[in-house]
Design a protein. Sequence first.
Length: 426
Amino acid sequence: MWAEIGAKVMSNDAVVIIGAGQGGFQLAASLRSGGHTGPIDLVGAEFHLPYQRPPLSKEYLAGSMLADGLQLRGSTFFAEKRIRLHRADPVVAVDRRRSSVRMESGATLRYDHLVFATGARPRNLPVPGMNQRGVLSLRDIGDADKLAGLLGVPRRMVIVGGGFIGLELAAVARAGGHSVTVVEALDRTLARAVSPELSSHLETVHAERGTQLLLGRSVSALHGRSGRVAEVELDGGVRVPADVVVAGIGIVPNVELAAEAGLTVANGIVVDERLLTPDDRVSAIGDCACFPSSHARDRIVRLESVQNAVDQARFVAARILGSNQPRYDSVPWFWSHQFDVKIQMAGLPALDDRRMVLGDPGTGRFSVLRFDDGLLTCVESVGNPADHMAARKILGSGDTPTLESASQPGFTLKAFAKRGAEACAA
Ligand code: FAD
């Protein structure tokens, strides 16, 4: 139920949020700041106060950020905002007929709106020898603490998977003086996420810093001594010595609870353009949700980024508070830091795109523009925040340059974005 009081919308519905991570936290906070007066239960599986994950593979692992710096808010925030935070008490069942959830402790909560913000977990490396000491993945504070403990003395580290987390980890470990090998099954790093031009640039950066990149190679087994990993066996039988092995081969969305509750799941909990499941009292946001994106010609996508979790949370909060916005269409963006290289991406690439490069990768400052059917859909920027911000504006405006116009001498994203802004103002 909601009612308009003056300009402010007041809703006293009971909202239960499953998952107290980036998206769940933001939803609770946005509901309160938007005027929600009803109960908000934020139910988390972890003991920690809600925290941000990006520093786990960057500053926190490197030791330049402490645990306090990870927290999204201190404990007083939740009391002040009357957000009931349930820690280390995961939801184990959802009863949509009774509109209630049951937690591991046996407690039940009734809802008017239920939001899945359950995130994802690391994909297991399906090879023999995974369950030995020294083998881990990186998703939560506990993983990062374990890894930091292992990296307290010089180590030979093998990272399986040349994705963002693997490469960020490689950068921190190399900077800390460890020997690092990255094994990637495809023929380039970040193959599913970025252009060949950006992959190639990052591979050069990592190789120059002393990381060994083994591309087009897969891991077939892990061998150990006395229960501790000692070697990584690759296809063809070659063995790479290792004291620490990190599996960074992607994540699996936490959808089981939703599936058991009779909701549709595919590569995520399936929601529509308003982030609603077919049950109009149940939504899903963040890493666990897949939705039709206007930035991908309505293809169903599942995005793994802070921006996506936060913006989807804000959208759902506004909807619960009575907004009639027809669809979630925030421009997707993402960042990654590897050594001193700052990568920023805006938009989504098409599967079979055309590309052009603005600037010179040799200078460490450039952008890759990616086009779908002649229109700009994605910009990857390295060391160029101005291009990134301009790209976000352009992609959000719907007025995007064509490959032809962007290829004209003197073209810059900044000038194009300014032109669009001036046209709007006129
Ligand atoms: P999460 O933040 O993962 O929160 C989900 C929460 O739900 C978890 O705490 C989980 O324990 C809980 N949960 C699951 N099941 C239940 C249940 N049944 N009951 C209760 N609670 C449950 N993104 C970027 O944009 N830039 C980066 O540089 C970047 N770096 C990253 C580095 C690392 C190491 C990692 C792991 C992620 C990184 N990300 C980055 C991704 C980003 O952190 C995620 O996309 C974001 O956290 C997604 O938010 P979420 O709320 O969907 O999921």
